[in-house]
Design a protein around this ligand. Sequence first.
Ligand code: FMN
Length: 171
Amino acid sequence: MEKIGLFFGSDTGCTEAVAEMIQEQIGQDKVELLDAYDIDKSDFDRYDKIIIGLSTWHDGELVSAWDDFFEDFKEIDFSGKTIAIFGLGDQYGYSTYFIDGVGILGKVVLENGGKLIGYTSTEGYEHDESKAETEDGKFMGLAIDEDNQDELTEERVLDWIEQIKKEFPIE
Ligand SMILES: Cc1cc2nc3c(=O)[nH]c(=O)nc-3n(C[C@H](O)[C@H](O)[C@H](O)COP(=O)(O)O)c2cc1C
């Protein structure tokens, strides 16, 4: 089976832990983890199914590894590729920038021809604003808040995996 590339960036390890959970749940043999610090554009050529993970920092900025890679990211042609994004953030501490990074990368994916899957409901979150929110009130991916709702992380991740397995689709 063709592998899924899971590209993640994580400053303090929270996004990395979720990335590892996703890899374990879908299957070590099916998902390859790539740290965004060590990637270049050609790494995206190897996958038609991609998962992106990132946290948001400093009032709506991309986590450092994705921030460093962003100019290259904007040049990737995502046509023919299916992409799911998950984001880590703090809905109370940064309530007007909650998981903005998901919206920033998701916008590029859509502009560059990718098929974005894995949209989720904003129900159960108390943020005020997010660049990840669509006009019809959904997140452009999975929102994880380890700072305030870590008890919900596992269930959120498992539900999302079931969803994206169907949407990719993967067996
Ligand atoms: C200085 C600082 C700035 C932050 N800025 C944001 C932000 O703008 N939006 C947000 O949703 N979360 C923000 N956060 C929360 C982090 O995204 C969150 O703690 C996340 O779990 C970190 O994940 P990582 O360890 O994978 O980098 C911030 C946290 C810190 C300490």
